[in-house]
Design a protein around this ligand. Structure first.
Ligand SMILES: [Zn+2]
Length: 449
């Protein structure tokens, strides 16, 4: 399958199986906004829960947070978003990085835009027309639309963490080094969105900001870089040959090291098919320093042992929940020839699959539907997402679940009523084995861990 077909096929499968729908589709759709359907919402929740488990529940040194989307407007002055997001911008047509024109010219030493080289991908002169553009969505608090009541929909979740640094540190009695993790929506009025759910105007981030003592930041950056790359491979299950770490060639003014974990989507995404799914940044003490300056509040940390007082450095890991979800779908999609027919399979890792089990009575008689329904209900009671299907030939029912990414199919047949056994079909190998009916829950639990 040619790579450029993949995204088209995914869009079509995602709609057919209820993963992703275009937003407000009956009105013709909203540009680059998408809705997650019954299976999509489960997959994305599973991605986010896996992240939360790894980052928060399994660690003593990271606390969770859920900060509001609306924040004090001064936050975005301190963060640099008001200034950086409203100047004339150009975007690299190749890799979609955006730059302020003046900064781009200064940093590349180019006399004019046509001669400027993209700092991220290295292409020269592939720029959109410069445009005055505010990437932040603006709205108003209260009934009067006036300048003093302007607020923004946050363009990143990170700032909610920075402004709560001392609240979390003191109430959770954490000592540096420690981190704060948050999952939440962010909004950007992108100039050139597109590529399905890869670049959207409303998206969800999974961000963790790790506060460290200056001087230990380089080491922590390395640790997080490695650990996040491993997570994508081991927990999310993305193929290692489609994952890479790509250091930024040129750094933002506040960063001392930065790079992206990229996944190979193919097609027109990112740099020749490689698209960012998570950024790892050493942000130094820029953010806390700016908030200290703009708020007038001291944000220093005092080491309880040495009484040393300092602004911690921040190592940020910032993953896109939508992008990781899309990577899971892209990695899982495959077509196979089976007995002269094309079988479409979503080989999603069982722990992330929206449905774990399809339950099928072989025929709609001889007490099989009743027996199958009882099994299906027991699975649900045990917290195992299950789908009951008695419609059509058994082969077609298997295929529907293959496309939906359901890892196991349980079929109730004549032997079930006689001997109390069922067949379990494996989505990937299509092999079947017989197990005792009373072992189903234990079997599925073991396999979807
Ligand atoms: Zn570029």
């Amino acid at each position: 399958m040619a790579e450029h077909d993949l995204m088209e096929k995914l869009v079509s499968l995602a709609k057919r199986r209820g993963y992703v729908f275009q937003s407000s589709e009956i009105y013709g759709g909203t540009g680059s906004v998408w809705d997650y359907g019954p299976l999509g919402v489960e997959l994305k929740r599973n991605v986010k829960e896996a992240w939360w488990r790894t980052m928060v529940h399994e660690r003593d040194d990271i606390e969770g947070l859920d900060a509001a989307i609306l924040m004090h407007p001064r936050v975005w002055e301190a963060s640099g978003h008001v200034a950086n997001f409203t100047d004339p911008l150009v975007e690299c047509k190749n890799c979609h990085r955006r730059y302020r024109v003046d900064i781009l010219l200064a940093e590349t030493g180019a006399a004019e835009l046509d001669a400027a080289r993209c700092l991220a991908c290295g292409k020269t002169g592939t720029w959109t027309e410069p445009r005055q553009f505010n990437l932040m969505f603006k709205t108003f608090i209260g009934p009067v639309e006036e300048e003093s009541s302007v607020v923004y929909l946050r363009p990143e979740t990170a700032q909610g963490i920075y402004v709560n640094f001392l609240n979390v540190q003191t109430t959770a009695r954490q000592r540096v080094p420690f981190g704060i993790a948050q999952i939440g929506k962010a909004f950007r009025n992108e100039i050139t969105p597109g590529n399905f759910t890869f670049r959207t105007r409303e998206f969800e981030q999974m961000e963790m900001q790790f506060f460290v003592e200056p001087g230990s930041d380089a080491e922590w950056f390395e640790r997080w870089r490695e650990s996040r790359l491993n997570w994508m491979r081991d927990v999310v299950g993305l193929a290692s040959n489609r994952l890479r770490y790509h250091p930024h060639e040129k750094l933002a003014h506040y960063a001392s090291a930065a790079g992206d974990i990229e996944f190979f989507f193919g097609g027109t995404i990112g740099d020749e098919g490689w698209g960012e799914i998570e950024g790892i940044h050493n942000r130094t003490d820029f953010d806390l320093g700016r908030h200290q300056e703009y708020s007038g509040k001291r944000l220093e940390y005092i080491d309880p042992g040495t009484q040393k007082r300092y602004l911690p450095y921040i190592i940020e890991t910032s993953a896109g929940a939508d992008r990781v979800t899309l990577a899971v779908l892209a990695d899982a999609y495959r077509e196979e020839e089976v007995e002269g027919e094309t079988r479409v399979v979503l080989g999603i890792k069982p722990s992330l699959a929206p449905l774990k089990v399809g339950v099928f009575p072989l025929v709609k008689k001889d007490g099989m539907p009743e027996r199958a329904t009882a099994i299906h209900e027991e699975l649900r009671r045990q917290g195992i997402p299950s789908f009951y299907d008695e419609a059509g030939a058994i082969g077609r029912r298997y295929r529907r679940q293959d496309e939906a990414g359901t890892p196991f199919g349980i079929t109730i047949d004549g032997e079930t009523t006689e001997k109390g056994t069922v067949t379990v079909r494996d989505r990937d190998t299509m092999q079947q084995e017989r197990i005792a009916e009373d072992r189903i829950v234990e079997y599925v639990r073991e396999r979807v861990k």
